[in-house]
Design a protein around this ligand. Structure first.
Ligand SMILES: Cc1ncc(COP(=O)(O)O)c(C=O)c1O
Length: 421
């Protein structure tokens, strides 16, 4: 029996209606930008396996560092203990994070990092003697699948069964350059009527909302408004972090720095699951007390796993290297050229780009998980390119190590796909 057949017996896949999509593709190998399936077919991983393996799959530098660490210290409780990989990672990460970030809290996936960010915002006010229980979020953001993260996600189309159980959230539109006055008016109304603890947002690019990009000046105004009203700003950089926007973090484009930041995905270069919620000293100080109950009583078993910390540290070394920075510039320039060309196509209604994140919208209506979208996905795979269209949006978010030839193949395949629609 093939892996594909054996899979069906016991496995339940994420975001999958198994009756409609009964088969998974069995991947047996991954190296740099190429995934290989059990039949020997190869696919260029043009979305870096959900934006994780930005330095390529099975990167020798990262795997050898983790292998060495494995023989020294594999796992230890992080409550009451510490270790060199976590300490070194903290020093390296604080060095590249926005200057107000001071403390790091570990967990093991993006949703949890958001959950922790929300708890920090809520408890910050609680510890300061104020009960603030409502959050603000963008209408079509996505922050993960745990309850707090689902609550602040506007895109939770399939979350019907849980809707009555979610946190209180007020939603605002994303700034588009024309609606700033309306957003500020809405914010004024919200603060007059609700006790707002925090604002959770994906800065500049909303990944799951089909790489929707919003206006920097508008976001700046929202953040300034939040600061003025002591609303804790929680930047979810799970998708945007670690170089994808052209800066280390999307928040680097903004003058107003977030109080809290959520990091995962490329944090560990795609090798191991880990997440970090970082915060400013002001947030940390609200938890620092003689009163034990003012601490943040949240903890995951694998917090700061030494192997994941080692992968993250090696990843930061690569990210800050000349080679990777130069690759990032090359990809940015290459996407720009492709964008100029493809935007002329009659089936393309718009294109957008921030850093190495490129997206194009088709002027053909498609359901997020509908038949036409599936047809497009299958076409890409038949051509050896792994792209996951989000409704009628096709986006590229490839590893920084993608070759010129591979990138050209991704572009040509997209262009060919427009002909089958
Ligand atoms: C912006 C953002 N936040 C949070 C998450 C959730 O991360 P995870 O899937 O690791 O829980 C995602 C996942 O795609 C994301 O894009």
């Amino acid at each position: 029996m093939t892996l594909k057949e054996r899979d069906k017996k016991h496995l339940w896949h994420p975001l999958t209606q198994h009756k409609l999509h009964p088969e998974a593709i069995a991947i047996t190998k991954a190296k740099n930008c190429v995934l290989t399936d059990e039949d020997g077919n190869e696919y260029i991983d043009a979305i870096a396996s959900w934006y994780t393996c930005m330095y390529g799959h099975c990167n020798d530098y990262i795997t050898s560092r983790v292998y060495t660490q494995m023989q020294q210290l594999d796992q230890v409780v992080f409550s009451g203990f510490t270790h060199e990989p976590a300490v070194k990672l903290s020093e390296a990460l604080i060095n590249i994070l926005p200057e107000n970030q001071d403390k790091l809290f570990f967990s093991d996936n993006g949703s949890s990092s958001v959950e922790i960010g929300i708890k920090m915002a809520l408890q910050y006010h609680f510890n300061n003697g104020e009960k603030r229980n409502t959050l603000i979020a963008f209408q079509d953001g996505f922050h993960g699948d745990t309850f707090g993260a689902m609550s602040v996600s506007g895109l939770s189309v399939y979350n019907g069964p849980f809707e009555d159980l979610l946190l209180d959230v007020q939603r605002i539109p994303t700034p588009n350059g024309e609606n700033h006055g309306d957003i500020i008016a809405q914010l004024k109304h919200i603060v007059a009527n609700y006790k707002i603890a925090g604002f959770v947002y994906e800065p500049l690019v909303q990944g799951a909302a089909a790489m929707k990009m919003h206006n920097k000046e508008g976001l700046e105004l929202i953040l300034q408004f939040c600061k003025k009203h002591n609303i804790i700003t929680v930047a979810d950089e799970v998708m945007t972090g670690f170089g994808k926007t052209g800066h280390y973090f999307a928040s680097d484009y903004l003058e107003t720095k977030p109080d809290v930041m959520c990091l995962s995905k490329a944090l560990t270069a795609g090798l191991l699951p880990m997440a970090i919620t970082s915060c400013s000293k002001q947030i940390y100080d609200a938890f620092y007390s003689d009163d034990i109950a003012k601490g943040l009583f949240h903890g995951h078993t694998y917090s700061a796993n030494p192997l994941a910390c080692t992968a993250a540290l090696a990843g930061i070394e690569l990210l800050t290297s000349k080679d990777i920075q130069s690759n990032i510039s090359t990809i940015i320039a290459s996407h720009k050229t492709f964008g100029e060309h493809i935007k002329q196509h009659e089936k393309v209604s718009s294109i957008r780009q921030t850093g190495i994140i490129f997206a194009l919208d088709l002027n053909i209506k498609m359901e997020r998980y509908g038949n036409l979208r599936d047809k497009l996905f299958k076409f890409f795979m038949s051509k050896g390119v792994f792209l996951r269209p989000l409704g009628s949006t096709i986006y590229i978010l490839a590893p920084y190590t993608i070759s010129k030839k591979e990138l050209e193949k991704v572009y040509t395949t997209i262009e060919e796909a427009l002909e089958i629609l």
